[in-house]
Design a protein around this ligand. Structure first.
Ligand code: AMP
Length: 302
């Protein structure tokens, strides 16, 4: 089933205790699309500048990713830089340059408008809403990610966009900031009054939690001895989650639980190396092997 994503395609500057890169290909939609393409066909909407070369675009080639909706405009590609703490659990943003995204007016290719699954990856909330409204028939699942940058600068626009989505997928600090609640279950209740019926809280090395009217489901993060760079782990989680749902064509409780596991699997691969390096070399067989490992990791008898 078709999965549409809009979000940043970017160059990132990353500093972690394991190394530093000044300019690596990244962006929420890039990580999402690559991760999701292991499970389903992905239609990408975004914009890059004229500094984005054919070599950069190679990341989307040979995968099930349609880039008809990736516009190229004069100017610079979105640039973000961040620095991680020693234990990789905290990150500070050093730079956010919207560049070509500041004036982006997306126009969906005709075939994208039939998408049944839509993911509004991290980008300006009015842009997310614009893309969602161009999809002709109400998607089976519309999910959204955002971050403190948008929660703080464009809160009213974000609230408006949230009215139209089914699943909100954000990290724990964003959950607390958006809801003004410290406790994640109380935060979920509050967020349900904003529109979404389900909340997925991404909790870094502590895994992820799905809250909906049926209750709570938790998955751990895959225990890694040598994590290197958490950049894009949340977007890769979302790619695994939405990619699995779209591939399965279902969103019952079993499918949602499996989607949580595949999300965690994809996030865990991303942190193993810098930027997109691990996803570039990843094989489908490795994904399924790790999902089986997850099953063993979490089984117990009562
Ligand atoms: P994650 O580590 O999953 O939270 O996502 C990291 C990616 O998000 C990076 O590749 C950045 O290019 C992108 N990013 C950072 N800040 C923003 C923002 N304000 N809007 C859109 N994308 C962003």
């Amino acid at each position: 089933m078709s999965l549409l994503v809009v979000g940043s395609v970017a160059f990132d500057g990353i500093e972690s205790p394991y190394g530093k890169v000044d300019r690596a290909l990244g962006g929420a939609a890039t990580y999402f699309a690559v991760a999701a393409s292991f499970f389903t066909h992905v239609s990408l909407v975004g914009i890059v500048g004229d500094d984005f070369t054919a070599k950069d675009a190679q990341i989307f080639k040979g995968r099930h990713i349609d880039t008809a909706g990736l516009e190229k405009a004069p100017g610079k590609t979105f640039f973000w830089a961040g620095k991680y703490s020693q234990n990789l659990n905290e990150r500070v943003t050093l730079t956010t340059d919207l560049n070509v995204f500041a004036e982006f007016k997306p126009k969906l290719p005709e075939e994208y408008k039939k998408s049944k699954y839509v993911f509004l990856a991290n980008i300006a909330p009015d842009l997310q809403r614009d893309v969602l409204h161009q999809v002709k028939v109400r998607p089976k699942v519309a999910a959204l990610d955002t971050m403190n940058y948008w929660i703080e600068r464009t809160n009213a626009e974000l609230r408006e966009t949230l009215k139209h989505v089914d699943i909100l997928m954000i990290n724990d600090s964003e959950t607390r900031e958006l809801s003004n609640e410290h406790n994640l279950l109380r935060a979920a209740k509050h967020i349900f009054t904003m529109g979404p019926k389900s909340l997925v809280v991404k909790r870094g090395e502590y895994g992820a939690m799905l809250v909906d009217k049926r209750g709570v489901f938790c998955v751990p993060a895959f225990p890694l001895e040598e994590p290197h760079d958490p950049t894009g782990a949340g977007d890769s989680f979302a790619g695994g989650f939405m990619g699995y749902l779209a591939g399965a064509g279902q969103q019952n409780d079993t499918a949602l639980r499996r989607a949580m596991v595949y999300g965690s699997v994809m996030g865990s691969f991303t942190v193993e190396q810098f930027g997109l390096d691990r996803l570039r070399s990843l094989k489908r067989s490795e994904i399924h092997a790790r999902a089986r490992h997850f099953s063993k990791l979490t089984q117990f008898k009562l």
